[in-house]
Design a protein around this ligand. Structure first.
Ligand code: BTN
Length: 261
């Protein structure tokens, strides 16, 4: 089994990579630890863990993070962008992750708005972005946390994740896939996040979207709508049961829906 180390990952990074890597064996949550230490960390700090005991997802969910099976990492940035543009970090990271997975694993994953990486109807990864704001309401710092299930846990997924979670590979191979994937992901993140307000990644986000043209259920509202488009701020453009076109900027959506327009 290959272990994640800064040296192993750096072997696949370009010489001018802006990231400084800190790899730990076990943390509660890379986002939580990075948040607690952010003041002492430089922009471009990356915290990677082989295992998380309390990995977190959006909407107070947990993110199952068994040892040596995945990629669990957080990046610290201090971008000069507005709070509105700060909302683009999550979809940009989703595109970076999907592109890195395709490049390294040869697997095409879709994106379920806003942050879920999906393979054959199951979740293989997700993004948790946490920001702080300046007094003027601009972004002061942002922590982008990415979790990807690369291999299944030795004892399988817990029963509550049955039919929900999946991994990119059925077994580990003779290749150091996780280090390559981590480096490819960091390289794509650096490229996409530097041009953030222009959001050049949105075309790719729409191309990989699993929700455009589909009937979905919005959460927490529980309302069923048709997704017509994703706008330039990466919000959902939906048509509701009354036929009204509306914009949805927060929450989640499920592909389970019995709404047929
Ligand atoms: C989600 O599925 O809603 C987001 C999952 C994000 C998981 C990653 S793993 C690394 C980082 N640390 C955390 O505690 N969460 C994110």
């Amino acid at each position: 089994m290959f272990h994640l180390t800064a040296a192993a990952i750096s072997r696949y990074l370009p010489a001018d990579s802006p990231w400084s890597l800190d790899v730990r064996e076990c943390v509660e949550s890379t986002n939580t630890l990075m948040k607690a230490t952010a003041q002492e960390l430089p922009t471009g700090a990356v915290l990677i863990a082989e295992r998380q005991t309390a990995g977190r997802g959006r909407m107070t969910r947990s993110f199952f993070s068994p040892p040596h099976c995945g990629l669990y990492m957080s990046m610290l940035l201090r971008p000069q962008v507005s709070a509105a543009d700060g909302l683009l970090f999550t979809p940009a990271a989703a595109v970076a992750a999907a592109e890195a997975i395709e490049q390294v694993c040869g697997t095409s994953v879709g994106i379920k708005w806003v942050n879920d990486l999906m393979l054959n109807g199951r979740k293989v990864g997700g993004i948790l972005t946490e920001s702080t704001l300046t007094e003027e309401g601009k972004i002061a710092s942002v922590i982008v946390g990415i979790g990807i299930n690369v291999y299944p846990p030795r004892d399988g997924y817990p029963s509550e994740l049955d039919g929900i979670a999946a991994s990119l590979f059925a077994n580990a191979s003779g290749e150091d896939i996780r280090s390559r994937l981590c480096a490819a992901l960091l390289t794509r993140c650096a490229a996409l996040m530097v041009e953030l307000p222009e959001a050049h990644f949105l075309g790719e986000y729409r191309r990989r979207s699993l929700v455009v043209g589909r009937c979905v259920t919005l959460f927490p509202q529980g309302e069923q709508v048709v997704v017509v488009d994703i706008d330039d701020a990466c919000r959902l453009v939906v048509r509701d049961r009354a036929g009204t076109i509306r914009i949805v900027s927060s929450g989640e959506c499920s592909l389970r829906s019995d709404f047929r327009p």
